[in-house]
Ligand binder design. Sequence first.
Ligand code: URA
Length: 213
Amino acid sequence: MAGEQMDLFQLAPEPASPPVDYASLDELNRACQTCQKCRLAETRTHVVVSRGNPQASLMVIGEAPGQQEDETGLPFVGKAGQLLDKILASVNLDSERDVYICNVIKCRPPGNRNPEPDEVAACKPYLLAQIRLVNPKIILLAGAVAVQAILGDKRGITKIRGQWFEWQGYACMPVFHPAFLLRNPSREVGSPKWLMWQDIQAVRARLDQLTKA
Ligand code: URA
C-alpha cells in the first residue's frame, strides 16, 4: 500500500459507536425491521437490509434505499442497482452469488434527499454489525456517503476512488456511486464509467489474490 494512502487510513477516525453484538444476520434483520431510532421510520414502506450472499468475499455498501428499494425491501434493485449488477458481471461477479449488498442507511430518506448525520449515526451500528457478521475480504464503498461513514474521509469521491484503504483489517475501495454513472454515461477514456471499469478490474484482481491465499 502506498505510504500516502496508509497515512490517510491512520488519520481516519474510529467509528463513533461500537457494533451492537447481534449473534446473526437474522437477529440483526429482525432488529432492523422494527427499528424506530430515527425519523425515517415514520416514512418508510420497508426496511432495506441486504441482498446477495452473506458468505460472499465482496461487500458493496451504498448510500440509502430509493423508491424501488423502499417498495421491495431490497437494496439496489432500481436503475442504479441494475447498473451495479452489470458492473459486477463485467468481471464475472454475480450480485446474488458473489456479493453481499447493503447500504449505510436502511430506510429511504423522503424524496431521496441525502441522509442527515444523525440518521447515519443511528443506523451505523447495523452496518458495523453487518460487516462483522459477513466478514468480507473486500469492501466497495459506493459514493461519498459510504466513504464518510466508514473511512471518515470527507474528500470528494473523484479524489479518492480507485485507491485501496485498510479499515479495521478490511481492504476497502471507494468507487463512484452507480447513480452518478447513470448521470455521466460517456465511456471515453478518463470518464467516470471508464474509471469504474479500471476500479472493478482492480477489485477482481485483489479478490482473486485474497481468495486464493
Ligand atoms: N442507491 C443506493 O445507494 N442504494 C440503493 O439501495 C439504491 C440506490
